[in-house]
Ligand binder design. Sequence first.
Ligand code: PRT
Ligand code: ZN
Length: 297
Amino acid sequence: MKTRDRLRIAMQKSGRLTEPALELLTRCGLTFRQSRDKLFCFGEGEPVDLLLVRDDDIPGLIAQGVCDLGIVGRNVLSEFQLTAGCELAPLSELRPLGFGRCRLSIAVPQELDYHGPQQLEGRRIATSYPGLLGEWLRTHAVDAGVVMLAGSVEIAPKLGTADAICDLVQSGGTLVANQLREAEVLLESEAVLAGSLTLPVDERGDMLELLLKRLDGVIQVRESRLLLLQTSRHTLEAVTRLLPGGPQPTLLSVAGQPDQLMLQALCAGEVSWRQLEEIKKAGAREMYVLPVEKMLV
Ligand code: PRT
Ligand code: ZN
């Protein structure tokens, strides 16, 4: 069989990860010709094509070698790694992508006074994640029944088919609407770039390396903020101590105000209101937090 010379990425056809995944790839300079209602999108500028599928199929497509990479939730990837047959190629998480954040949690009826894992002993837990739940139960030496459901897991306790559930939680709204509350977090999840552990050593491998570099750049810029503020010289040390992580700040003098300094700091990650308020208390004023569009250092 002729090997492919173009890189192929599997991503969700239609769902929560579709828009952010496409946006990320576009930011990496990839553009695609085919319309999105098709299964296959041909990459125009670079030799990188897309396969649009259900998210659950993505790890299998990579493991079978149909695709080289996939953008998929860590929850789906980890479940696959725990349940797939060992005849398939092992997969790895190449990069966390910072969107589609959620957690896989066990939730119990609100009226249950939950103290710890042992309370789940002998109970039935409904889930679409039997691999991850089974592993957690084994780790905590809990013998519970796993009720496999493909969807609408949250209504199982109300229907009497389970005593608790193990499902994805984001805002927690679905749990509240079903009189459930989160008891244990099994996995913190977000979209990840998944790939085979054995990466191709040909043109595809070179393209993959290039893509990873671009991806790192895009992620770094997306998570960077430029913090601008004014401070007097005698509060500079206290203000600097509170700055969120990043390279050394740049200091500029302020015309006509020899005691004042303008400080410019590149911060890795979000700068919260609370952090700003603390920095202000230490003596800063005129504070601005700006997103970074491009970076070339
Ligand atoms: O058709 P296909 O199989 O591709 O789509 P899907 O319906 O299986 O997936 P989709 O689009 O719902 O989710 C894709 C991925 O998004 C998941 O695998 C997760 O990695 C991630 N993600 C992030 C979520 C959520 N947040 C989320 N809130 N996936 C599902 N939910 C559901 C959850 O199952 C529960 O029903 O939303 C509900 C909980 O949300 P809150 O906000 O009420 O807590
Ligand atoms: Zn799915």
